[in-house]
Design a protein around this ligand. Structure first.
Ligand SMILES: Nc1ncnc2c1ncn2[C@@H]1O[C@H](COP(=O)(O)OP(=O)(O)O)[C@@H](O)[C@H]1O
Ligand SMILES: [Mg+2]
Length: 343
């Protein structure tokens, strides 16, 4: 399934109207706690308050260039990404700076999409996202005619990205059918271009600040070893970053617990138990015994209801249990895990 997904974190971008305020903000930095980073006298790279948390200042991904036409595709307000010292943000930005593209590998819920939106906000890049699947077609990626007449062409996500620049984010890239993926090969040569055969062989060169990130889930049920990422695709990615759950099995991360407490306001004891359930479910997911491993976001949802006064087990019915599967036996297994921790 492929869609022009609404950016999850909003995308006000950097509006022209804000720009004149930037210098004001700079000079008042520290007083209101808000840090705005200025690229030149006129424009800012980012207004993210998280900018100084990550060491990415030496990588300018669009020197003296501003994405005016698609500023509304630049995410804003993306929450902090926590890790246990792996420095994922820095490594992604560095890979984009030197190689223009990179690949993220990890099970669902390890924050791959989240971190790309954060990186985009921090570096001031628009995002063009494609959620790849077996149904993803060249219409979605490249474009299509929507009626009679040459003027009725609509660009797909990849074409938009080639023209405007920013980050092309191909989520679950290994789920795409081979013939569709193959059309991306010339585009992923960093100096590549696309020939739109559908449209009188129009040649669309890759934007000078066009970066590509692909994400893959090595454990998805549909994956089961049958759909390897095509070799041509693989060769074109220089950097591969592995994402794992912060807490899994008996290993409980203090930072992830802190995240749950911070985002749900639930008490620490409940947060700890919730995370233990999540960690055990993730272990079973990686063993192939459960169809889904919960993300920090899923656990936070459960915790929010607990914090509202719902009993943990009832709160799990509405969130974690229903989310994991419709199948009775699988839901029973999740209930068993919850009972073993909470009772
Ligand atoms: N390290 C992390 N720090 C903060 N939030 C996280 C982290 N990992 C995952 N999340 C949260 O968990 C949820 C799922 O993350 P997502 O980016 O969709 O995972 P993926 O794309 O790997 O499947 C989101 O709500 C996200 O904000
Ligand atoms: Mg994702």
């Amino acid at each position: 399934m492929s869609e022009n997904k609404t950016l999850a974190y909003g995308h006000q971008g950097l509006k022209e109207a804000n720009i004149s305020k930037v210098e004001e903000v700079m000079s008042s930095k520290g007083r209101n706690g808000k840090i705005t980073v200025r690229l030149s006298k006129q424009r800012a790279i980012t207004t993210s308050p998280l900018y100084e948390k990550y060491e990415i200042q030496k990588y300018d991904l669009h020197p003296n260039y501003y994405f005016n036409a698609c500023a509304n595709q630049i995410p804003s307000g993306v929450p902090e990404y926590i890790d246990d010292g792996q420095q994922y943000v820095e490594r992604i930005v560095r890979a984009m700076y030197y190689f223009k593209q990179c690949a993220l590998i990890g099970p669902s819920g390890t924050g791959k999409t989240h971190i790309i939106y954060l990186v985009a906000e921090l570096t001031g890049l628009p995002v063009w996202e494609v959620n790849c699947g077996l149904q993803t077609s060249s219409y979605d990626l490249i474009g299509r005619f929507v009626g009679l007449g040459k003027e009725n062409w609509i660009d797909g996500q990849v074409t938009l990205w080639l023209r405007h620049g920013g980050i092309l984010y191909l989520d679950e890239a290994n789920m795409m059918k081979q013939d569709v993926a193959t059309r991306l090969n010339p585009v992923l040569d960093t100096r590549g271009h696309l020939v739109i055969t559908e449209k009188d062989n129009e040649i669309v060169p890759r934007h000078q600040f066009g970066y590509c990130v692909i994400a893959m889930n090595p454990f998805s049920a549909e994956f089961s070893g049958t759909k390897k990422l095509n070799a041509a695709f693989r060769r074109r990615m220089s950097v591969w970053l592995n994402f794992t759950y912060q807490s899994i099995g008996d290993n409980i991360s203090d930072r992830e617990m802190g995240l749950i407490v911070k985002r749900s306001k639930v008490d620490e004891d409940t947060a700890y138990k919730i995370l233990r359930v999540g960690a055990e479910m993730r272990r079973q997911y990686q063993e192939g015994d459960l169809p889904y491993g919960p993300s920090p976001g899923d656990l936070i949802n459960w915790a929010v209801l607990c914090n509202d006064g719902v009993a943990p087990i009832s709160a799990a019915e509405e969130t974690l249990i229903a989310l994991t599967s419709d199948a009775h036996e699988i839901q029973e297994e999740v209930r068993r895990i919850i009972a073993s921790v909470f009772e």
